[in-house]
Write a protein that binds this ligand. Structure first.
Ligand code: CU
Length: 122
């Protein structure tokens, strides 16, 4: 009888374990969906967070579009002298620029000149 009971508990445990595993897998696939849409939108994303461009240096190829996504408390812009100047935008906003020529493009935020980044186009 004891043996039967322990088999029962073990099988219950396995069942619960499987059920949890299944729900974890489905949650993970839901969480991955935004990442997939990022890739579709161009894939070259710089996040503006904590008064910094992340990553500070991004490598792309000619014809790629880089998108800056704002996720910070203050308004910022993205300025590359002689190339582009975004409007000021805030949390949740984004700005995109298509790089047509190879080169190393430094950019900054005109409100916070200490915020700097580089796009390397090959
Ligand atoms: Cu700024």
């Amino acid at each position: 009888m004891k043996k039967l009971l322990s088999i029962f508990f073990v099988s219950m445990f396995v069942f619960v374990g499987c059920a949890q595993k299944t729900s974890t897998v489905s949650t993970t696939s839901i969480e991955k969906q935004p990442a997939v849409s990022d890739t579709i939108a161009g894939g070259n994303v710089v996040t503006i967070s904590d008064f910094a461009f992340v990553p500070a240096v991004i490598n792309v190829v000619v014809g790629d579009t880089v998108t800056w996504k704002h996720d910070d408390v203050a308004a910022h812009d993205v300025v590359s002298t002689g190339l582009f100047k975004s409007p000021f935008f805030e949390k949740g906003g984004s700005f995109s620029f298509k790089f047509e020529n190879a080169g190393t493009y430094e950019y900054y935020c005109s409100i916070h000149p200490a915020m700097k980044g580089t796009v390397v186009v090959e």
